[in-house]
Design a protein. Structure first.
Lengths: 70, 566
């Protein structure tokens, strides 16, 4: 699940910047560029909070053990 | 720009970790931690005002690009050579280190100054976010027009604008008081996306320039030609702005984070660095936020100027009253992009007409193009751009208000943090009502660095030089002083001298009028963007001289201080 979310975030970042690059090259319209950026923005903020800044499951387990030991 | 620092301070304070002791070996951090921190946090709401204000300051392409390259390099070197070597040796927070040198009461004063500056900075960010409300109302709510502030405005422009600022300010303040941690986490999440939206601003603006000038770019020479003749054209600044040259850009880029490097605030950050060379990580922040983001944001305003045409009123004024434009056909003038020279000439004519009694002062109607981040971002990226402005402004203002609240709370410790943060947010909101702070952000940022710089010089001298000169370091700690007068007077006198240099012409004229010929008339003073460099040396010399006098005249009891540790 985490991997899928991270992949979504990477794709969202690509979706944020790629349209403006394509618009610069004259390959897409400004309207398409804006809509794609908006969709990528929604995807970024939907997927990223679910993994960024959160410990992976195994890591959480390890840190809990460490703190108990400490 | 400020949020990273505020977050780090906050973490340090809430966790209570190593606040009053050196950071231990096991808590040190690697290089990558600092790269991520600086790269994300220097791409913030302030960049959306600073970039456009470079255009308003009439900067040219070479001056901007090379000036930013050099200025940011100097900033990185300042972190590497001034801040980090002390941070990685002492491993103390700025506040604890200052307390050892200056005493608790002087640190309280420093906190007050810092808190006030933070309030104004947060106010500018509230202004930035409120421009989005204006953009949405003006473009999507039929029958309503929110009169936005102009570049030359000092006071609130309209009741609608005031309502927008108060709503945004109240929202940010309440969130800062209630849920700082969640917004801080949200800021980290938004950061990579925000960097890319800034880059997109630049790419889209570049295409728009190519479209509007019908230029084909086949080589670097074509790009450079477009940059020089259409985007960063140089020339006169817009009315009310200071003309920026290469040196202005260089010094601005160097000193805009002066409080953090030369002012030593980032001692608190780099006390966690394994090695002082990790301060090179600040380069990520400088060249992402203070190079790419500023350039991209500046292109948005350059595009607005390029697309804006003089209105009928300005065309009539120029063609009817200006010798310079007398031979130009009104149609040709109406079809050309509005320029600084055109606006200045129209304003000059208006003022002349008012003096001649042909026009009432209240009827003056020449407007100055104003960089409103909401409009600029909406023009380039639509809704994603507007979201970027809201998030950039909000995530910068939020920790800034919180940080200012912490500074004030140190002065009145019995008041709850919630109440102090809310009151601080109120002060920041009042500051945000006055567009002058945001529209004069270049000057304000320079002032912010100047105010906190002398304490950086005090720390530097105390750490490296003072014992070599036969004086005692950490004098407040050793002498159980709550107010080290040598440091306090250094701060005060340096600020006084710097202010005198900045306001030299006005002071000289005032004294001349009183018949006091104390100051030579052929010296023009020093602009605020440059004054902090001589100011630092003044502070260093003053601190040594005043310490020599102060320490000679006060007795100290031998006491263990941080520097006595092996």
């Amino acid at each position: 699940m985490r991997k899928a979310l991270q992949t979504t975030s990477v794709l969202a970042l690509i979706g944020t910047i790629l349209p403006s690059g394509l618009y610069l090259l004259g390959l897409i319209s400004l309207a398409s560029c804006r809509w794609t950026m908006l969709a990528a923005t929604v995807a970024w903020f939907a997927a990223t909070p679910l993994w960024m800044g959160r410990e992976p499951r195994r890591g959480q387990h390890e840190s809990a053990e460490t703190s108990q030991a400490g | 720009m400020e949020s990273r620092r505020a977050m780090q301070e906050e973490e340090s304070k809430t966790d209570g970790e190593f606040e009053r002791q050196p950071v231990p070996q096991h808590a040190l951090l690697g290089f990558k931690s600092f790269v991520g921190m600086y790269a994300g946090e220097h791409c913030a709401g302030t960049e959306l005002m600073i970039g456009p204000l470079f255009i308003a300051a009439g900067v040219s392409a070479f001056d901007l690009l090379v000036g930013l390259l050099l200025g940011n390099l100097l900033a990185v070197l300042s972190w590497m050579l001034l801040t980090a070597p002390i941070a990685t040796r002492a491993r103390l927070t700025l506040y604890y280190q200052l307390e050892q040198i200056c005493g608790r009461r002087l640190v309280t004063l420093y906190n007050l100054a810092n808190g006030v500056m933070f309030c104004f900075l947060a106010g500018a960010m509230i202004t930035v976010s409120a421009t989005v409300v204006g953009t949405i109302v003006n473009s999507h709510v039929s029958g309503m027009e929110l009169q936005m502030p102009q570049l030359t405005d000092v006071y609130p422009s309209s009741p609608g604008w005031m309502a927008a600022v108060v709503c945004v300010g109240a929202l940010i303040s309440i969130v800062a008081a209630f849920g700082y941690q969640s917004v801080s986490r949200f800021a980290n999440i938004a950061s990579p996306w925000m960097v890319l939206v800034f880059l997109a601003f630049g790419l889209i603006a570049a295409r728009e320039f190519l479209n509007s000038t019908r230029t084909d770019v086949d080589s670097f020479r074509d790009v450079w030609n477009l940059a020089n003749t259409v985007i960063w054209t140089g020339g006169d600044p817009l009315p009310g702005q200071t003309k920026f040259t290469f040196w202005h850009v260089t010094f601005f880029a160097w000193f805009c984070n002066m409080a953090m490097h030369i002012g030593m605030s980032d001692l608190t950050i780099f006390r966690f660095a394994r090695k002082s060379r990790y301060a090179s990580a600040t380069g990520a922040g400088m060249y992402v936020g203070h190079f790419m983001a500023w350039i991209a944001a500046s292109m948005l305003f350059a595009l607005q100027l390029h697309e804006q045409r003089p209105d009928k009123y300005m065309v009539t004024l120029l063609t009817d009253h200006s010798a310079k434009y007398a031979g130009v056909a009104p149609e040709a003038l109406a079809a050309s992009p509005v320029s600084s020279a055109m606006i200045r000439e129209a304003m000059r004519i208006e003022n002349q007409l008012v003096r001649d009694g042909e026009l009432a002062a209240a009827d003056k109607a020449v407007s100055v193009p104003t960089p409103l981040p909401g409009d600029l971002a909406n023009r380039a990226c639509g809704l994603a751009g507007l979201l970027c402005v809201i998030i950039a402004g909000w995530t910068t203002a939020n920790p800034t208000i919180y940080r200012a609240g912490l500074a004030f709370q140190a002065i009145v410790p019995r008041t709850s943090r919630f109440t102090v943060t809310l009151l601080t947010g109120g002060v920041a909101t009042i500051a945000g009502l006055f567009p002058a702070i945001a529209m004069k952000l270049l000057d304000f940022v320079a002032l912010y660095g100047m105010v906190l710089m002398p304490m950086g010089a005090v720390i530097f001298v105390d750490f490296w030089l003072i014992d070599k000169l036969g004086l005692q370091r950490d004098y407040a700690a050793r002498g159980r002083k709550t107010f080290n007068w040598a440091a306090g007077l250094t701060w005060l006198l340096t600020l006084g001298l710097c202010t005198l240099l900045v306001k030299y012409t006005a002071v000289q004229e005032f004294l001349s009028e009183q018949g006091i010929g104390l100051l030579p008339a052929n010296f023009q003073g020093v602009q605020i963007f440059f004054v902090s460099l001589p100011g630092w040396f003044m502070a260093a010399v003053l601190y040594v001289a005043l310490s020599a006098i102060y320490q000679k005249n006060t007795t100290t009891e031998p006491r263990h201080s941080r520097m006595d540790a092996p």
